[in-house]
Write a protein that binds this ligand. Structure first.
Ligand SMILES: *Cc1c(COP(=O)(O)O)cnc(C)c1O
Length: 223
């Protein structure tokens, strides 16, 4: 069996990079494998993918145990409960969804000392009504200053999940606002922009995404 959707998505990303004058390979593909079996991750790995995103800690740990022989970089992209921070700090390379100082402090304290600092993105809520997750843009400068002081975290950038929009221009708008605000901070560590999913990856790439998180378009619908 082949992962038939992979090549078309890689081509779509490359076309969008060219169309929007992004540097070649500036956009990384994060394969969102939540609810999908380890066997499918193994297939995607053999097709060349190395970065996988998971939302549910227990499910992710079970799959990681099956895939320990693979050189996978694991990204956590879901809501974080404080009783799961130890597992995240121990078993992931990136956490995209940090939006509470208490959680960030726990991740830093619990990161095992033999591992490199945990890469983190700050989740920003750019369409306030629709989601409870993420800090506001107004809170971003203060939150960045706090996260920076945590020794076992490596602050890398921001992550967002905007409300769905039906047109390309409407999809771009919240991303543009986020990027404008982040760039205004002129902060050397904030270089990663984790945004864009199956339905809006062109808009996300147009506005500066460096990680597009793709599930459905790659692996098919989830049950
Ligand atoms: C599920 C999920 C995705 C992938 O969404 P698709 O629409 O299936 O591509 C991306 N990011 C987050 C945070 C998710 O929970």
């Amino acid at each position: 069996m082949m992962l038939a959707a992979l090549q078309p998505i890689q081509q779509q990303i490359r076309r969008a990079e060219i169309a929007h004058r992004r540097t070649e390979n500036a956009v990384n593909l994060l394969a969102v494998s939540k609810t999908k079996p380890a066997s499918l991750i193994a297939l995607a790995y053999r097709a060349g993918l190395r970065h996988f995103g998971e939302n549910y800690v227990q499910e992710a740990l079970a799959k990681q145990a099956c895939l320990s022989a693979f050189d996978i970089t694991w990204h956590f992209i879901g809501p974080i409960q404080s009783n799961k921070t130890k597992a995240l700090a121990t078993h992931f390379d990136w956490v995209h969804s940090v939006d509470e100082l208490k959680i960030a402090e726990r991740l830093s304290v619990q990161r095992p000392s033999h591992l490199a600092p945990l890469n983190v993105c700050i989740q920003v809520n750019i369409s306030n009504e629709t989601s409870k997750s993420g800090i506001t843009l107004a809170q971003l400068p203060q939150f960045v200053a706090e996260i920076e002081t945590l020794p076992n975290l490596a602050l890398r950038g921001v992550m967002a999940i905007p409300a769905p929009q039906s047109t390309f221009n409407a999809q771009r708008e919240p991303y543009r606002q986020l990027v404008t605000q982040v760039n205004a901070l002129n902060h050397p560590l904030l270089t990663e922009f984790s945004f864009g999913m199956s339905d809006d990856l062109d808009a996300a790439i147009a506005e500066g995404a460096t990680w597009v998180r793709i599930g459905t378009a790659l692996f098919g619908a989830r049950n």
